[in-house]
Structure formats: structure tokens, C-alpha cells
Write a protein that binds this ligand. Structure first.
Ligand code: FAD
Length: 386
């Protein structure tokens, strides 16, 4: 077991850290306040190869693996969780296209998305199907060489600015999870309507909306993967994106911890730095330990993915642990800053608002405990003490 970051990954991380400090950090407050999308930052990330890090060189990527990719996303989140979220969403699309896209779909979308010039959304959730994603009702019915989609999706990240959506539909309600199929629906397709951008608690600047399908007709060439493979595609995509959410949460914890530690070492009350009071200093000690523990969980899950080892349980562990910690750490950092933490003069309150969604999307923290629980019960069913 090697706890050192190798030289190549260190170089890539340093390049991304520089980008985060120079380009993203100065914009983070404004993005939050104006709640405006940031296409220029996404394109710049595309130029630097940050969006396509995991793609092969043939596909225009740098093939540096998931470990490097999550290290970089942590750096980006230290500057802005909103930018980290968008980069994670693009990684998700590129990963899915790489694994399940047809030749034509790869040619059409991989260069467009990896350059940051075009954007995609992944539409699973519906008003009555959230955690129970297999219960979706949006239907796709075959009509000759076309498929006709009807239904609606809600809370779709980037939908208002997306050039394409990967949509999970039910093509055969009698087959349960084996009756789900994904399709690519391009912006402007007749019958597709994108709802207005919704107002959210945190990660401002990342537009989210509902989408509606009213006899939305697409060619059979738009089927993504095979008929009945939709659930498998969704789960495989979510395993990967959970690592990006964990990295985003970790970046928030790290940023909050750094500011809180510096503040506690310098802010004096009762004639001494507040960090000397155990009530404050122990919060920092726990943050430092939990951040390290979360990072190790995340890096292990990423290494499993790079090595082709199943990593669903490990991804869930990293996702819920880092997300729950990010919520606690950002809240405690606000506490350490006292009234200044509550003020918008400092970024702590933004970190706290940005952290909350990490516990909700891409599987809530409760659902990840369920996934771990099921895996553990299966693994230990035949356990004997020897
Ligand atoms: C900002 C934002 C962006 C999003 N982006 C996308 C996107 O791009 N694409 C997309 O498809 N979706 C997206 N979502 C939807 C998100 O994935 C869902 O909100 C999430 O899966 C939870 O579903 P729900 O909101 O319907 O809550 P529910 O599933 O109704 O859950 C409500 C509560 O019950 C708990 N719960 C549910 N079932 C169980 C159980 N079996 N055991 C224990 N507790 C349980 C949950 O943990 C939660 O606390 C986004 C949501 C938000 C807010």
C-alpha cells in the first residue's frame, strides 16, 4: 500500500490547483451572488484537458485515471463547489459515452463535451421517483424507426444550458429494471420543453430545471446503449459520479478547515487565540482527522475503479462519509468564525450552503448507507469465525 501521490499525479494536481487559484477563486463569490452559469470557465477547463482527463488519448483525453481526476476535482471545489459540480457532470457524460455510446454518438458528442463548448444533462429523477429511480414513469414507445417519449423529469442539473440530455425512460413497464432504456435527446427536438431555471439553496451558478417530453420523437439511432440496459447504464454512471461528489465535498471540507484553522490561530478572545480553547481546537482536530479519513476512502475507491475492481460499496462509503463531513465541517467552520462566519463578507456561509446538496444528489446519504448495508450483509452471510 502506497500513501504517496506519484509525480505525474502531483504535476497534474498542481496544474489544476493553479487554474483553481488563478481563474476560479477570483470568480467564486460573484458566481454565487449572481447565480449565473460560467461557460468561459468550463471552456478553459476543456482547453486544459480537465474535462477529458479519464478519456484515452485516441478520444482526445490524457488518460490519467480516476485517482488523478478526483484529486483535481477536490482542488477545484476548494475554489468553487459549483464549478466542481459542473466538471463532475461532464466527467459523467464523457464516461458514459466512452462506455456505452455508438460510434456516431461518440463522434458527435465526445469532442463537443470534452472541449466544454457543449453541455449535457443526465435526466433520471421525476416528481414521484427520486431515490426509487427504477420506478420512473417517463415512457418511450417505438413507432417505426422512431421512439416517442412522454413524461417529465425534475431537478436536472445543467438542463437549461444543455445541448443534449441522456434520458432514462421506461420502454417496457412489465420488465421492471430490465424495461428501462436510455436515449439521447438533443436540444431543440420537437416535443422537448426545458422549464425555467430553479432557485436553489447552494451551488449557485449551476442551472437546474425540469424537462418535459410531449410526444418528443427521436430516431432509433438516439438509443443510448441497448434496449433494457438503462438501469445498468445509470448505475454505472452514478458509481463514477459519486466519486466526483465525494471530491467536491472533500474540497469544501478542506477549504473550510484551512480558513477556520487560520482564524482560530489568530483570533483572540479572553487574551488568547480561540484555538487554544478545547471547545474550538477539538473541532479542528476532528476536522483534520475526518478529512484525512475521507480522502483515504475516496482515493481507495478511485484506485479500485482504475484497477477495474468493483467499487460500488467503496464509492458509497466515500460519498456519504465525505458529504456528511462537509456539512458538519462547514457548519463548524462558521461556528469558529462566530458572527463573521454568518456574514457574507467571508465565504464560510457559501461553503455551508454548497455542502448540503452533496448529501442529497447522486443518492442521498441514507441510500448510500443502504447500499453499504446490503453489501456487508451479503459479504458476511457465510462468515465463520476461525
Ligand atoms: C440541485 C439538485 C440537482 C440535481 N441534479 C439531478 C440530475 O442532474 N439528474 C437527476 O436525475 N436528478 C437530479 N437531482 C435529483 C436528486 O438525485 C434527488 O433529489 C435525490 O435522488 C433524492 O430524491 P428525492 O428528492 O425525490 O427524495 P426522496 O427519494 O423522496 O427522499 C426523501 C428522503 O427520504 C429518504 N429515503 C428515501 N428512501 C429511503 C430508504 N429506502 N431508506 C432510508 N431513507 C430513504 C431520503 O434519503 C431523503 O432523506 C438533483 C437534485 C437537486 C436538489
Amino acid at each position: 500500500m502506497n500513501f504517496q501521490v506519484d509525480e505525474t499525479n502531483q504535476e497534474i494536481r498542481d496544474m489544476v490547483r493553479h487554474f483553481a487559484i488563478e481563474v476560479i477563486s477570483p470568480r467564486a463569490k460573484e458566481i454565487d451572488e449572481k447565480d449565473e452559469f460560467f461557460p468561459d470557465i468550463v471552456e478553459k477547463a476543456g482547453e486544459l484537458g480537465i474535462l477529458s482527463m479519464e478519456l484515452s488519448e485516441e478520444e482526445g483525453g490524457i488518460d490519467c485515471g480516476t485517482l488523478a481526476s478526483v484529486m483535481c476535482n477536490e482542488e477545484i471545489s476548494r475554489a468553487s463547489a459549483a464549478v466542481s459540480n459542473v466538471i463532475g457532470a461532464i466527467h459523467l457524460h464523457l464516461g458514459l459515452l466512452h462506455r456505452f455510446g455508438s460510434k456516431a454518438q461518440k463522434q458527435r458528442w465526445i469532442p463537443a463535451l470534452s472541449s466544454g463548448k457543449q453541455i449535457g444533462g443526465f435526466a433520471i429523477t421525476e416528481p414521484d421517483s427520486g431515490s426509487d429511480a427504477a420506478s420512473i414513469k417517463t415512457s418511450a414507445v417505438r413507432n417505426g424507426d422512431n421512439w416517442v417519449i412522454n413524461g417529465s423529469k425534475c431537478f436536472i442539473t445543467l438542463a437549461p444550458v444543455s445541448d443534449m440530455l441522456i434520458v432514462l425512460t421506461s420502454t417496457d413497464p412489465t420488465k421492471g429494471v430490465h424495461g428501462l432504456t436510455c436515449f439521447i435527446v438533443e436540444k431543440g427536438t420537437p416535443g422537448l420543453k426545458v422549464g425555467p431555471k430553479e432557485s436553489m439553496m447552494g451551488q449557485h451558478g449551476v442551472p437546474v430545471s425540469s424537462v418535459y417530453f410531449d410526444d418528443c420523437t427521436i430516431s432509433k439511432e438516439n438509443m443510448f446503449g441497448e434496449e433494457g440496459q438503462g438501469f445498468k447504464i445509470m448505475m454505472s454512471g452514478l458509481d463514477g459520479t459519486r466519486l466526483d461528489v465525494a471530491a467536491c465535498a472533500l474540497g469544501l471540507s478542506q477549504a473550510a478547515f484551512e480558513l477556520a484553522s487560520n482564524y482560530a490561530a489568530n483570533r483572540k478572545q479572553f487574551g488568547q487565540p480561540i484555538g487554544n480553547f478545547q471547545g474550538v481546537g477539538f473541532m479542528l482536530a476532528e476536522m483534520a482527522t475526518e478529512i484525512e479519513a475521507g480522502r483515504l476512502l475516496l482515493y481507495r475507491a478511485a484506485q479500485y475503479r482504475d484497477a477495474g475492481i468493483p467499487y460500488t460499496k467503496e464509492a458509497s462509503m466515500a460519498k456519504y462519509f465525505c458529504s456528511d463531513n462537509a456539512m458538519m465541517h462547514t457548519t463548524n467552520a462558521v461556528q469558529i468564525f462566530g458572527g463573521y462566519g454568518y456574514s457574507k463578507e467571508y465565504p464560510l456561509e457559501r461553503f455551508m450552503r454548497d455542502a448540503k446538496i452533496c448529501q442529497i444528489y447522486d443518492g442521498t446519504s441514507q441510500i448510500h448507507r443502504l447500499i453499504i448495508m446490503r453489501n456487508v450483509l451479503k459479504e458476511y452471510k457465510e462468515f465463520t469465525c476461525n
